[in-house]
Design a protein around this ligand. Structure first.
Ligand code: ZN
Length: 340
């Protein structure tokens, strides 16, 4: 038996009161007033927001569970100051925790971080610690908290090291995931996301991060951005930069999801990238919500593409379950405790 674990889902359908509070928080910050109290949201409201959306789609598409984090485009850590970012991250992560508590077999919680652009990583370390204490199994790490201007140091810089030390201590991975774009030239999910994924991978080639953190694990979403398609370019650049072969330099620590929304793209991913580095993901309900007129199926129904891959059943099992359990050992432990 194979568990179908979607490694990439967001709570894009949170109850309106949650989003209204965010607007009130922003307004209060701009006016210099105290933030209003967080609203009461009932379990029934949360259930309704999930049952018509993520739970329905999990059921219809035949997936067992999703690794679930706050809505990425709304993380927007640049809004307000660090205190605003911390409160917003906390409110979001607490809501994710409630989803996981209501449907413990369906939602596996992953947290966002309060990465206010001028702050160091101490607030994020504290929030990660708090969330893992509540049963979270990983985090989304934003490589560009300013929202589309790439002013932060590369992911290999020592700026990030205290956070990586905490990740290693807690044995949790991070998905490298930007938020909304403030740059009018960068469409969020079409331009910014894919660019940030690709940029992150190149930073990892240029640096020596995994020499310092051999057990650190990073997931680059959206199929690894442009990387698999340009694999020869990246191998060639590693060679020109006198870096080791990517297999040892990066690919013991970096994983790509399958949020690529057509069959030829998934075929290429599975052909080019060692299947031990591929995790099933769909990012639903997320970036692309429509139906592909050429197939009659949802673009983001990525399970269909994996099912259609010409690979062995062992490889398919690894993509759907085995690799994800290896990258998320705290999930593996929780599943073992449930006899799975
Ligand atoms: Zn995402």
């Amino acid at each position: 038996m194979t568990l179908i674990i979607d490694c990439h889902g967001h709570y894009t359908t949170a109850p309106p009161a949650h989003n209204d509070w965010r607007e009130a928080q922003k307004a209060a910050f701009e006016a210099g007033r105290a933030t209003p109290a967080y609203p009461t949201i009932s379990d029934d409201e949360i259930r309704a927001s999930l049952e018509q959306n993520q739970l329905r789609l999990l059921h219809e598409r035949g997936a067992d569970m999703t690794i679930f984090s706050p809505r990425a485009s709304a993380m927007a850590p640049h809004i307000g100051d660090e205190r605003v970012a911390r409160k917003w991250a906390r409110a979001n992560n607490d809501l994710i925790k409630r989803c996981a508590d209501l449907y413990p077999e369906r939602f596996v919680p992953v947290c966002m971080l309060p990465q206010s652009p001028d702050a160091d990583m101490q607030g994020s370390i504290a929030e990660l610690d708090r969330c893992v204490g509540m049963g979270f199994v990983g985090c989304n790490l934003n490589p560009d908290p300013g929202g589309g201007y790439f002013k932060h140091p590369p992911l290999t810089d020592r700026f990030w090291y205290p956070f990586y030390e905490k990740m290693v201590e807690l044995d949790v991975p991070a998905m490298i995931h930007v938020s909304g774009s403030c740059n009018p030239g960068l469409h969020a999910t079409g331009g910014y996301y894919i660019a940030a994924d690709t940029i992150a991978f190149m930073q990892l080639i240029q640096g020596d991060l995994f020499r310092d953190f051999p057990s650190l694990r990073l997931i680059i979403p959206h199929g690894g951005g442009a990387v698999p398609y340009h694999w020869g370019r990246y191998r060639g650049l590693a060679d020109m930069l006198k870096q080791p072969d990517l297999a040892g330099h990066v690919m013991n620590n970096v994983f790509f999801d399958t949020c690529v929304y057509h069959q030829p793209g998934i075929n290429l991913l599975a052909d080019v990238i060692d299947n031990k580095n591929i995790l099933f993901g769909s990012e639903m309900v997320g970036a692309v919500r429509g139906i592909d007129p050429t197939t009659g199926h949802y673009f983001d129904d990525t399970k269909r593409y994996i099912d259609a891959l010409d690979i062995s059943e062992d490889e398919r099992h690894a993509i759907f379950e085995g690799n994800t359990r290896r990258v998320f050992p705290r999930l593996d432990q929780q599943l073992k405790e449930r006899g799975l």
